[in-house]
Design a protein around this ligand. Structure first.
Ligand SMILES: *Cc1c(COP(=O)(O)O)cnc(C)c1O
Length: 392
């Protein structure tokens, strides 16, 4: 018996259950096509919604910043890591989103870990959508506040939980994903806002999959619903549609100032690098110049989803370009993905614990980088495989 036998048993258990994640290695830049394990495949996996991850202007901005400012940040933001490029980016993001102020972090994940514990603590309560992202859940746990899950996208459930629990706590926070990335559905933010307002509670939305996707020219979920000035804290990522790396919190100036003082990843983890920050600035430029890429993303999403439904696939409850293909059992989703890959289509199976047991799926991530011919190739492979495996 070795002290790590349990690890081997757990790993074996994952393999038996079809839940072992065999991680593929990408040998090319991000884009509609990827080189994976030496093979050129159609990319249906990335969050590179607008195709910006390898956009020439963004690459150029990163190169230029590398030449003028170097690569390493050298320090945390609060000591000697804050450069003018960070401040420029934060001002531009605030303007883009129509809020008073913004603060950036190393990632969306650390933005949540910074924000939630800065707003609530042990004497407080958090009302959290049952399907919220892992980084929200971890941020909630770190805060030490009591966590109460309300039913997914259900303002009535939120209100019932608030009525019952609010009297026992000092302060409260309502937190939800903007777009739920596994299903592609959108949080009913106007209704959640009404409930939060009625009880005078802080409202926070993590719009990682809505940033650069929803709203006018990708300004996010608050813009999508016309809720400017009503949502207290808007978290976003610069690692998905923006095509780079980083997280952002946008909102009221005093909240942003508080996060500069008390957001732990801001104080204790080194700054976003200058090339990353400069690349993010170039992404803001592109988004402000034209809505063309965002429009193309939606056009591609609508086309792909409609064709999949015409073939008879169940694409779940998605309202965004994210297209889940519901298959049920994890083993079927894995087999489906393996066969797609043989046909040159790279689409990942997703099973428990990322989604509930019995709700395994293949999640297709549509991008503005896809041409119609790309989408047609994907549709053909899905159709053939669906028939072979008895899904259609
Ligand atoms: C992807 C995601 C994050 C993490 O963002 P990164 O910038 O990749 O760290 C946070 N929240 C949600 C809802 C996400 O989907």
């Amino acid at each position: 018996m070795s002290k790590i036998d349990w690890v081997l048993q757990e790993l074996d258990g994952l393999k038996q259950a079809g839940l072992y994640n065999a991680i593929r290695t990408i040998e090319s830049p991000q884009g509609a096509w990827l080189t994976v394990d030496g093979k050129k495949v159609l990319n249906f996996c990335s969050n590179n919604y607008l195709g910006l991850a390898n956009h020439p202007r963004i690459v150029e901005a990163a190169k230029k910043a590398t030449e003028t400012l170097g690569v390493g940040p050298g320090a945390v933001r609060s000591i000697a890591g804050t450069m003018s490029v960070h401040i420029n980016l934060e001002e531009r993001l605030a303007r883009f989103k129509g809020v008073e102020a913004a603060i950036t972090f190393q990632s969306g994940f650390t933005a949540n870990l910074a924000t939630i514990p800065a707003l609530v603590g042990k004497e407080d309560v958090i009302f959290s959508d049952r399907l919220n992202h892992a980084s929200i859940i971890d941020g909630c746990r770190l805060s030490g506040a009591k966590i109460i899950a309300y039913e997914h996208n259900d303002p009535a459930s939120l209100e019932a939980q608030m009525k019952e629990n609010l009297p026992h706590f000092r302060r409260a926070l309502v937190v939800t994903d903007g777009v739920f990335s596994m299903d592609g559905d959108i949080a009913p933010l106007p209704d959640l806002y009404e409930v939060a307002k009625k009880y005078d509670v802080l409202l926070m939305v993590d719009d990682a999959h809505g940033e650069g996707v929803l709203g006018k020219g990708g300004r996010g979920i608050v813009d999508h619903f016309g809720l400017h000035g009503k949502v207290d804290v808007e978290v976003g990522t610069l690692s998905k549609a923006f095509g780079v790396m980083g997280g952002v919190v946008a909102g009221e100036a005093h909240i942003v100032e508080w996060l500069r003082q008390r957001g732990r990843p801001f104080l204790f983890s080194s700054a976003l690098t200058a090339p990353d920050a400069a690349a993010c600035l170039a992404a803001v430029d592109l988004l402000e110049e034209s809505t063309e890429l965002v429009d193309k993303l939606w056009e591609n999403g609508r086309y792909f989803k409609a064709e999949m439904q015409n073939m008879g696939f169940d694409t779940g409850v998605s309202e965004t370009p994210i297209t889940p293909v519901m298959l049920g059992e994890a083993k079927l989703a894995q087999e489906f993905s393996r066969r797609l890959f043989e046909q040159g289509v790279f689409a990942m199976p997703i099973g428990y614990p990322t989604v509930p047991q019995g709700k395994a799926r293949i999640r297709v991530m549509i991008s503005a980088a896809h041409s119609k011919a790309d989408l047609d190739k994907g549709l053909e492979a899905f159709g053939k495989t669906g028939i072979k495996l008895g899904v259609l």
